[in-house]
Design a protein around this ligand. Structure first.
Ligand code: SF4
Ligand code: SF4
Length: 206
C-alpha cells in the first residue's frame, strides 16, 4: 500500500523540528510508534528554553520516576507497559504530551527510516542542516557542561540545581549569541509530500 506523507520542516535554529502527518496513524500499529523505543534526554541546550517558556516543567521532569541524572543532563527513562516500553510523556489518547518546541532534539528531529526523507536529493539542504545542527548542539552542550562543572555545579545534587539553572542562562546566551552560518541554509518552513510504500507492525522500520 502506498501513501502520500506530508512533512513540514521548520528552521528554528536550535529548536528546529520536523512534523510528520503519518505519526497519528503510525504503521507500527502499537499506538506509540517510535515513542515506545526512546527515552528523552534533556541537555543544557534544552533547559533554558524550558525554563523561559514552561518553568514548571523542569521540576516536573525531576519529579518523574526512573531518571538517569548526570552532571548536565537528565534522561526520562521509558516505563514498561503491556507491549514493551512507553515514553513517560506518551499518552495513548493524544500522543506526546509535550508541545513540539519543549521536546528535546531527537524527539524534534527523528523521522523513521520507513519514510527516509534524507534519501531525496531535493531535500539535501535539510539533510545538511540537521547534520550540522546535531554537531553544533553537541559542541554547545559540551562547552556549557564543561564550564558548569568547572564551577562545581551538577544536576546530580538537588540543592545545587537552582544555582545550576541560574548560571546556565547567561552561559547559554553567550554561547548562542553568534548564529552559525548553516542556520541560513534553509527557509523558516518548507512543506513536502513524499510517496512511500507502507508496511505494518514490526515490518515498518524504526
Ligand atoms: S515510527 Fe515513523 S510514523 Fe511512526 S510515530 Fe515514529 S516517526 Fe511517526
Ligand atoms: S518526549 Fe514525546 S516525542 Fe519524545 S519519545 Fe516521549 S512521547 Fe515521544
Amino acid at each position: 500500500m502506498e501513501r502520500d506523507i506530508v512533512l513540514v520542516f521548520h528552521n528554528q535554529g536550535l529548536r528546529s523540528y520536523i512534523e510528520v502527518d503519518l505519526c497519528p496513524q503510525c504503521p507500527r500499529l502499537n499506538d506509540k510508534g517510535c515513542c515506545g523505543y526512546y527515552s528523552p534526554v534533556f541537555y543544557p541546550t534544552d533547559l533554558p528554553y524550558i525554563i523561559l517558556n514552561r518553568p514548571g516543567l523542569v521540576d516536573h521532569i525531576f519529579s518523574l520516576p526512573h531518571l538517569t541524572i548526570l552532571d548536565a543532563s537528565v534522561t526520562v527513562n521509558s516505563l514498561v507497559d503491556d507491549d514493551g516500553y512507553r515514553c513517560q510523556f506518551h499518552s495513548r489518547q493524544t500522543g506526546c504530551l509535550l508541545p513540539m518546541m519543549l521536546r528535546e532534539s531527537v524527539c524534534r528531529h527523528f523521522v523513521c527510516p520507513g519514510i527516509g526523507w534524507w534519501e531525496e536529493e531535493s531535500l539535501s539542504h535539510w539533510k545538511l542542516f540537521f547534520d550540522q545542527l546535531a554537531e553544533y548542539e553537541i559542541a554547545v552542550n559540551n562547552r556549557i557542561s564543561g564550564e558548569l562543572k568547572r564551577r562545581g555545579l551538577t544536576l546530580r545534587v538537588p540543592e545545587l540545581r537552582p544555582t545550576f539553572y541560574r548560571e546556565l542562562m547567561p552561559l547559554f546566551k553567550k554561547e548562542t549569541e553568534a548564529k552559525p552560518g548553516f542556520f541560513s541554509l534553509c527557509p523558516a518552513r518548507e512543506k513536502v509530500v513524499l510517496r512511500r510504500r507502507l508496511s505494518f507492525g514490526k515490518d515498518w522500520c524504526l
